[in-house]
Design a protein around this ligand. Structure first.
Ligand code: PLP
Length: 375
């Protein structure tokens, strides 16, 4: 398992959830089982309603969907406390991000790393120039520096909670950014793909849409409802921005089953609140166990977190290989500028699965202690 242990010269996959690619990279047998902590999907999902609706979903595949997705759009609007003319249904959060980037075509966007890679891809796709700012690890978000750059850019991409850390930029910080952005005519594109997991009241900044016409939110149903293959997401913004984005969306980009399921999923408030309760308990428990094992865990508010071994004699690449050998697949961070592999990201999975991860980390800790004792 030494292939590329240093993380150099390897074609690391850009997204989590690709165990086959990792097996190939590490020359592991194809049948080797890996517990996948690299994709951030709700382990409680999909909700039972999806299975119950199967015959109706099949039926939807035989007809064209409503090109305006009126029922799904109404459900998103009701769920978000906004009006249907501020909603655009999209083929996953990814399409919402790409259509938001399209609003900046010919201009310049600011991206603060480490963050989700698709903002840069979306900008490249629509020939939006990018300015990249690398935030210092373990330091507060560089609000002042970001605001200083507004006069030179047309838009800013933000991820809230951020991927990969799971940290949530405070609301007052967003308000400061939005106020300044209004003066400089900068568009704020805020990706709330994981916001439904956050237990804090008013975690979403959707209510700010009323005061800030320069705000675009992108959301995803993939993560909360564990349906990455179905592709459902949406965008929330001022009606004229929604219209501009809609003009560039492919006809029927959202499939019929996805549109049919959207109201059913969003109206299942019990599933979402059960998930948030479960996650709060699990995050607290993980935090205390990681502390006992002397690992540094990011202050995540959502269903994944970054982990570092603060011991200077440890390195993340060796830990990654050690976990793989134990049948555990973390998300590497080689493709996150500002991290370059120095931390590992883990999804919060079931208690039993999280325990397996902790057992392997405890073995690692014992081995490190033994190695340090010898030196
Ligand atoms: C931060 C973030 N936003 C958006 C997405 C896109 O999600 P989807 O297109 O599956 O809805 C992802 C997927 O990993 C993500 O991590």
């Amino acid at each position: 398992m030494s292939a590329g242990k240093d993380g150099m010269h390897m074609e690391w996959p850009l997204h989590g959830g690709q165990p086959d690619r990792i097996r190939q990279l590490f020359r592991m047998p194809a049948e080797q089982k890996l517990l996948d902590f690299s994709a951030n999907i709700n382990p409680l999902g999909p909700p039972d309603s999806v299975r119950r609706l199967w015959p109706a979903l099949l039926e939807q595949m035989t007809v064209y969907p409503d090109p305006d997705y009126n029922e799904a759009v109404a459900a998103v609007a009701a769920h978000s406390g906004t009006s249907p003319d501020r909603v655009l249904l999209t083929n996953g959060g990814a399409e919402a991000i790409f259509l938001a980037a399209r609003l900046l075509a010919g201009g310049t966007a600011l991206i603060v790393h480490p963050t989700f890679a698709e903002y840069e891809h979306a900008c490249a796709h629509y020939r939006v120039r990018t300015q990249l700012l690398i935030a210092e690890p373990d330091q507060p978000f560089p609000v002042e520096e970001v605001m200083r750059r507004f006069s030179a850019v047309d838009g800013l991409f933000l991820c809230r909670p951020n991927n990969p850390s799971g940290e949530l930029l405070p609301r007052d910080c967003i308000v400061r950014l939005l106020e300044h952005a209004q003066r400089t005519e900068t568009l704020l594109i805020v990706d709330e793909a994981f916001i439904d997991f956050v237990a804090e009241p008013d975690a979403s900044i959707v209510s700010l849409l009323d005061d800030f016409p320069n705000l675009v939110l992108t959301r995803s149903l993939t993560k909360m409802y564990a349906l990455p293959g179905l592709r459902i997401g949406y965008s929330l913004a001022e009606p004229h921005l929604i219209q501009q984005m809609a003009a560039h969306r492919m006809p029927w980009s959202v499939n019929g089953p996805a549109a049919l399921l959207t109201p059913v999923l969003l109206e299942d408030a019990k599933f979402a609140s059960r998930t948030r309760k479960w996650l709060q308990t699990e995050l607290e428990w993980l935090r205390s166990r990681m502390r006992q094992l002397n690992f540094a865990m990011s202050a995540s508010k959502t269903n994944f977190y970054l982990l570092r071994d603060p011991n200077p004699s440890s390195d993340a690449a060796t830990l990654y290989a050690f976990l793989l050998e134990g049948g555990i697949l973390p998300r590497h961070t080689h493709t996150f500028p500002g991290l370059e592999g120095a931390a590992l990201r883990f999804a919060v999975r079931s208690r039993e699965e999280n325990e397996r991860l902790l057992e392997r980390l405890a073995e690692w800790r014992l081995l490190r202690h033994a190695a340090e004792g010898i030196r």
